[in-house]
Design a protein around this ligand. Structure first.
Ligand SMILES: *[C@@H]1O[C@H](CO)[C@@H](O)[C@H](O)[C@H]1NC(C)=O
Ligand SMILES: *[C@@H]1O[C@H](CO)[C@@H](O)[C@H](O)[C@H]1NC(C)=O
Ligand SMILES: *[C@@H]1O[C@H](CO)[C@@H](O)[C@H](O)[C@H]1NC(C)=O
Length: 232
């Protein structure tokens, strides 16, 4: 397991901030490379998100979406997220009762006190979830150390905690599609972010990144899905 314990980056993050200045300081649009880094900073700075899943085919609500607030911790340098999942939760049941274990996780900038919350950044990370049941106690301890930096209150329900009110498991969301809305499109990037760019954008804006053929078609496909296939 390529696990990275990223204590020092927490400090770095607050210093880095987002790569794009506020709208009134800005005369150019957020680039794809900046968007990838800004999305990483967003997922690090904002500690809760919304986990979306789909009801499995054996339920009354088969195929219908479900979304609920969840905690995440950005414990992997490539952007995969650490989650604590409880079998009792509807999200967990939906994810693991569906083949592929797909989920989407979205994180948004806080909007309190902001005149137009639509101007704030948000990102949707799509992928699949794997439970980490066979990890060593030292790996589990590393996860616990990372996760509790972001969520000190979670110490009461960490996997393996005998006093926890519910059974819980470490899990990892691996990302295979990303859709980002930086804010208003005149100055912010809106669209797909290639996963490989996201994976290496934790510590800074990647210069000279070229969208590869494959990523470009993915980019266009997601945008077309969202723009053209929606009829009102
Ligand atoms: C990130 O790392 C995890 C854990 O090693 C791996 O499962 C996942 O595929 C990686 N994702 C990317 C985009 O490299
Ligand atoms: C539900 O999904 C499972 C797994 O894909 C499949 O084997 C089964 O046939 C499906 N059942 C129905 C009623 O569609
Ligand atoms: C998640 O998706 C990757 C490919 O994107 C696949 O290799 C892996 O087996 C999937 N994991 C699960 C738990 O379905």
């Amino acid at each position: 397991m390529h696990f990275q314990f990223l204590l020092s980056l927490l400090t770095l993050t607050s210093v880095l901030g987002l790569s794009v200045p506020s709208p009134d300081q800005l005369s150019r649009r957020e680039t794809l490379e900046e968007a990838a880094h800004n999305a990483r900073v967003l997922v690090k700075d904002v500690k809760t998100g919304t986990l979306a899943s789909v009801f499995p085919n054996m339920t009354d609500l088969a195929g219908r979406p479900f979304a609920m607030m969840e905690y995440h911790a950005p414990c992997y340098s490539n952007g995969s997220l650490t989650l604590i999942l409880m079998p009792i939760s509807r999200s967990t049941q939906n994810i693991f009762q569906n083949p592929g274990h797909h989920a989407a996780y979205t994180v948004s900038m806080p909007t309190e006190g902001v005149r137009s919350p639509m101007s704030r950044g948000r990102v949707a990370l799509m992928g699949n979830v794997t439970t980490l049941r066979d990890i060593s106690s030292s790996q589990s301890e590393e996860l616990a150390q990372c996760y509790t930096i972001y969520h000190p209150d979670s110490k009461y329900w960490l996997p393996g905690n005998d006093n926890s009110p519910h059974t819980s498991y470490w899990a990892r969301l691996d990302i295979d599609r990303i859709y980002y809305v930086g804010g208003f499109g005149d100055i912010h990037y809106i669209g797909a972010i290639p996963v490989d760019l996201y994976a290496k954008s934790e510590n800074g804006v990647q210069q000279g990144y070229e969208v590869k053929e494959k990523d470009d078609s993915e980019f266009l496909r997601i945008q077309n899905d969202l723009n053209d296939q929606v009829t009102f």
